[in-house]
Design a protein. Structure first.
Length: 432
C-alpha cells in the first residue's frame, strides 16, 4: 500500500477504535460549562464562604477540619506561634521558614476552597508502619491561593486551581505493649477521662491537660497526633487524564498499523499484524512497569525496618541544611526512587533519585516554582534497633522528632511522641 493510503487507512482505524473505547471510558459532563461551575462563579462562592476559619462552612468532619486548620490558619495569619506543638521537626522547619519569608515580605498566604470533597469518604485512611499509627486525609476542591499584603490588604499574587488537592499526613506513637494487639486504630476511643480531683469529664487534647473545672493537671498515656506533611497540589481531571491516555494509545495503534500497511502488501495480514504489534507494545509497557514496581519492593524489603515516610523526612532535613538561598519559601519532596541498596555487616547504603519542588519568593516579584531532580547517596546503621550499652542515658533531652524536652521511658523513647533514642542509628545521613 502506498504511503498516503497507508497513512489515511491507519488514521481511520485509530480514530474508529478511539471512538469505540472513548464511549465506554469517558463521562462527558456538560454541567462544567454552567456559569456557577466556571472560574468566575467558583471564586465568587469562595468569597461568600470566607469565614473566620478556612473550612468552617465546608461541612467536613470536625477532626479532619481541625487537622487542616492547624496548618492553614498560621499561614493565613503569618504567625508561627499558632503552629501546633506536635509537628515533625523537619516539617516544622519548613513551615517556619515559609512564615518567616512571608513576614519579611509583609505578606500572608490564604487558601480559599469551594466544592470540597474529602477522600476517602469524609474519613481518614489509616495504617500502621514503623512502630507508628498513621492517618491521611485528602481534600479535593477548587482552590484559590493568594498572597495578601498585611499592610494595605492588596493582593500580590493569585493562583487558581480547578482540580486542587490538599493532603495532610499525621502519625502517633504506638506503645510497645500495644503493638502485639495488631489493631487498625489503637487510641481512637481514648478521647475523654474522668478528673480524679472533681470527677468532671475532661476531653483529652494531649498527654497533659488541665481540668477546666478545678484546674487540676491530668497526665494520660494518650498519644496525640503529630503532623508530618502538608501539601497543596493540582491534578488534571479524570476525564482529561483518560482522554490523554487514550490519545497516546491510539497514537501507538496508528504508528503500528501504518508501518505494517506500508511494509506488507496484503491488507488483511498487514492490518492484523498492526493491531497485534500495538497489543504487544501495550503488554511490554505493562510488563516493564510491573518489573519496576517489583524491583522497588524488593530493594525496600532488603532494608531493615524501612519506612519511606521517615526516609522522606531525612531527605528533607538534608536538603534544608544545604539550602543557601534566602528567597526560598517552601520546598517539597515528591517521588523517591530507590536506585541501589548495598548492605554490609553494620551499614546500609542507598542511592536514591528524588524529585523535589522549590518555591521561591523574591523581593517585589511574584513567587515561582522550580522542579529539581537530585540523586543522593545516604547511609545508616543496618540494624537501627541494636545499640551498644554506653552508660546512663541523659535524664532530660530535646526530642529530635517533636522538639519537646522529655525524660526517656523504659524503652528509651520520647514520652511525648515515642521517638527512640536508639533511632539515631536509624537516621539516614547524606553521604553525597
Amino acid at each position: 500500500m502506498g504511503l498516503s493510503d497507508a497513512s489515511w487507512f491507519a488514521a481511520t482505524v485509530a480514530i474508529l477504535l478511539g471512538i469505540y473505547i472513548g464511549e465506554r471510558i469517558l463521562d462527558i459532563d456538560f454541567s462544567v460549562f454552567l456559569a456557577k461551575n466556571r472560574k468566575k462563579g467558583k471564586i465568587k462562592r469562595m468569597m461568600e464562604q470566607r469565614g473566620d476559619t478556612t473550612l468552617q462552612k465546608s461541612g467536613i468532619r470536625r477532626d479532619i477540619r481541625k487537622a487542616f486548620e492547624r496548618i492553614l490558619i498560621p499561614l493565613e495569619k503569618a504567625d508561627k506561634n499558632r503552629l501546633p506543638s506536635r509537628m515533625d521537626m523537619t516539617f516544622r522547619k519548613n513551615i517556619v521558614r515559609q512564615i518567616d519569608r512571608l513576614n519579611q515580605q509583609k505578606l500572608c498566604r490564604e487558601i480559599l476552597m469551594t466544592d470540597v470533597e474529602v477522600q476517602p469518604d469524609n474519613d481518614f485512611e489509616r495504617w500502621n508502619n514503623d512502630g507508628r499509627e498513621w492517618r491521611e486525609s485528602i481534600i479535593k476542591c477548587s482552590a484559590l491561593e493568594r498572597l495578601i499584603s498585611t499592610e494595605d490588604g492588596k493582593i500580590r499574587y493569585e493562583n487558581y486551581r480547578k482540580h486542587a488537592y490538599l493532603r495532610i499526613l499525621q502519625s502517633r506513637h504506638i506503645r510497645n505493649s500495644d503493638r502485639v494487639q495488631k489493631k487498625k486504630s489503637y487510641y481512637s476511643t481514648v478521647q475523654k477521662i474522668i478528673c480524679p480531683s472533681c470527677g468532671a469529664s475532661v476531653e483529652l487534647t494531649g498527654q497533659q491537660v488541665v481540668c477546666e473545672y478545678c484546674g487540676g493537671v491530668i497526665r494520660s498515656e494518650f498519644y496525640d497526633w503529630q503532623t508530618e506533611r502538608f501539601e497543596v497540589y493540582e491534578r488534571i481531571g479524570t476525564n482529561l487524564r483518560r482522554a490523554l491516555l487514550l490519545t497516546g494509545a491510539m497514537g501507538i495503534v496508528y504508528v503500528c498499523v501504518f508501518l505494517c500497511l506500508y511494509m506488507i502488501e496484503d491488507t488483511e495480514v498487514s492490518l492484523t499484524a498492526g493491531v497485534g504489534a500495538a497489543l504487544l507494545v501495550f503488554v511490554l509497557i505493562l510488563v516493564s512497569n510491573q518489573f519496576f514496581r517489583n524491583r522497588q519492593e524488593k530493594m525496600a524489603d532488603s532494608i531493615v525496618r524501612y519506612s519511606e515516610n521517615y526516609l522522606r523526612s531525612c531527605i528533607g532535613d538534608a536538603i534544608y541544611n544545604e539550602t543557601e538561598s534566602d528567597e526560598l519559601m517552601d520546598y517539597g519532596i515528591g517521588n523517591i526512587t530507590l536506585k541501589k541498596v548495598v548492605n554490609t555487616e553494620y551499614i546500609t547504603k542507598i542511592k536514591v533519585k528524588v524529585c523535589a519542588s522549590e518555591t521561591y519568593l523574591p523581593d517585589r516579584r511574584n513567587p515561582y516554582r522550580k522542579k529539581v531532580k537530585r540523586t543522593l547517596i545516604m547511609q545508616r546503621a543496618r540494624y537501627p534497633e541494636r545499640r551498644r550499652e554506653d552508660g546512663v542515658f541523659f535524664m532530660e533531652k530535646e526530642c529530635p522528632s517533636c522538639g519537646a524536652n522529655f525524660v526517656p521511658d523504659e524503652n528509651h523513647c520520647c514520652s511525648f511522641c515515642g521517638y527512640s533514642l536508639k533511632s539515631d542509628n536509624a537516621k539516614w545521613i547524606l553521604v553525597k
